[in-house]
Write a protein that binds this ligand. Structure first.
Ligand SMILES: NC(=[NH2+])NCCC[C@H](N)C(=O)O
Length: 479
């Protein structure tokens, strides 16, 4: 069978009983983890930047498009997570349906998404904290030689992630309450300052992009079809949708908590769909308020929301927004670290990564080796590399995993029609196929450079697989 050997679903289900990870989470913890990782720089920064540069007031529409695509993908995740609960999420689903080499590539892709996600966000966090408390830019800002703030927060959260899933959930829940309250406040106060004039025309007419971006910075669809480069108009709304999709990524992390949820068959789907629904509503509200308060050409690209409230004299709101951003980004990193541990754990258990990684701490019941190892890599990246611009790599990683998960839904239905599925995606295979195509289309709207970097990462992954995983796989010894 070689590189396309598959993992038996019954074996995955049997691991439910292994008790290595601790079942401590309820539905509301999952919703907390979900909202915890979803709301972050996407809404606090990207919404403003994209309104100004690509979509105008129609950035709200970009958020709606993002919500629909993410929603379709989330339905697919909900079906697989509730019928095959596991710590490996997309990696394990691919192993059970498409085969080992695909599983490895998805696992490798997920490691990129979550490690880079944590690293990118930790630098943003450090910058926000410096602004909030007036800390020195040379240690906390984007130009820091060693970004001390980013390293410190990763170190602290790693300790909590290793100590236990319950502890991680408690901290996340508190942080989430603060950030959701801030988002609600933004909408509740902001509506009173919306001016109709700022929202018209809702979709500014398309115009050629200034000076033309180099080919590396063009969306692949434009570069590939040799289209004239333009911004605004419908094309601009779609490019912005691809960029702000970053704001929705991360909900997939919940699918990695299948072995820690008390009642995975019911609670995982509540977590996935509930968290995404809450965030989509908040995003649409916040982006509408932002573009309604300020003419889109005047939006501040550094701190769009805080500046909008300052411009209407509501300084108290802008102070709370910074607080919301710092707490919000803290919870994003908390969930990223928890997730990295589970992905590596699942891959180690199957022998595709060294086996000790696939075991948990005898006392704390957490995959401590992978959590700490992952955190070291994240901290090194965040300390030395100005990676903020790599957020598109997180999005391409997330979108490709979502596309594969969508395809895995009808494949598993065929392969294992008998499986107990507590939740089923409606209209399969049509909806999953549309979901996969939509993810792929958004990927095509990311720029050429992002694709090149992504291809290099996957190629590196393949080399590692053939050098290590293929021979060390647990399935290799069975053949
Ligand atoms: N694993 C990830 N996809 N991490 C990135 C999460 C980013 C988060 N949605 C935000 O807007 O900041």
């Amino acid at each position: 069978m070689g590189i396309t050997r598959t993992l038996d679903v019954n074996e995955v289900l049997a691991r439910q009983e292994s008790g290595e990870l601790k079942r401590r989470l309820r539905a509301r913890d999952l919703v907390g983890f979900g909202v915890g990782i979803i709301i972050g720089t996407g809404i606090f920064t990207l919404a403003g930047v994209e309104a100004k540069t690509h979509a105008g007031p129609a950035v709200t529409l970009s958020f709606v498009i993002g919500a629909v695509v993410a929603g379709f993908a989330a339905l697919c995740y909900a079906e697989l997570a509730s019928s095959v609960p596991t710590a490996g999420s997309a990696y394990t689903y691919a192993f059970a349906t498409l085969g080992e080499v695909f599983a490895w590539i998805i696992g490798w892709d997920l490691l990129l998404e979550f490690a880079l996600g944590a690293a990118v966000v930790s630098r943003g966090w450090s910058g926000y904290l410096a602004n909030l408390l007036g800390l020195p830019q040379q240690w906390f800002g984007e130009d820091a030689t060693v970004n001390v703030g980013a390293v410190a927060i990763i170190a602290i959260l790693t300790v909590i992630a290793v100590l236990g899933i319950r502890e991680s959930a408690r901290l996340t829940n508190i942080l989430v309450l603060v950030k959701v309250a801030v988002c609600v406040l933004i909408v509740a106060v902001g509506v009173f300052f919306i001016k109709g004039a700022n929202l018209t025309p809702f979709i500014p007419p398309a115009q050629p992009s200034e000076g033309g971006a180099g080919v590396l910075h063009q969306p692949v669809v434009q570069a590939g079809l040799g289209l004239e480069q333009s911004v605004f108009g419908i094309g601009g709304v779609i490019s912005a949708a691809a960029i702000v999709f970053f704001a929705y990524t991360g909900f997939e992390a919940l699918a990695n908590l299948g072995e820690e949820t008390r009642n995975p068959r019911k609670d995982l789907r509540i977590g996935i769909l509930g968290a995404l629904g809450i965030c989509a509503l908040l995003y649409v509200g916040v982006s509408l308020v932002l573009t309604g308060m300020v003419p889109f050409t005047d939006i501040d690209e550094g701190a769009p929301l805080a500046a909008a409230f300052d411009s209407v004299g509501q300084h108290w709101v802008s102070a709370l927004i910074s607080l919301g951003a710092v707490t919000g980004l803290t919870s994003v990193m908390m969930v990223e670290l928890v997730t990295i541990g589970r992905i590596g754990f699942a891959m180690g258990r199957d022998g595709l990564l060294p086996k000790p990684i696939g075991t948990t701490h005898p006392r704390w019941g957490t995959p401590h080796r992978m959590t700490i190892g992952g955190a070291v890599v994240i901290a090194l990246l965040a300390a030395f590399v100005p990676i903020t611009e790599l957020s598109d790599m997180v999005s391409i990683g997330a979108l490709s995993a979502m596309a594969i998960v969508a395809i895995a839904v009808p494949v598993l239905r065929r392969k294992r029609p008998d499986l107990n599925r507590p939740f089923k995606v409606p209209l399969s295979p049509v909806l999953p196929v549309v979901a996969a195509l939509a993810c792929f289309y958004l990927m095509l709207n990311l720029d050429v450079l992002t694709w090149i970097r992504f291809a290099v990462w996957l190629a590196l992954g393949l080399v590692l697989y053939f050098a290590y995983g293929r021979r060390h796989s647990r399935l290799a010894s069975k053949e």
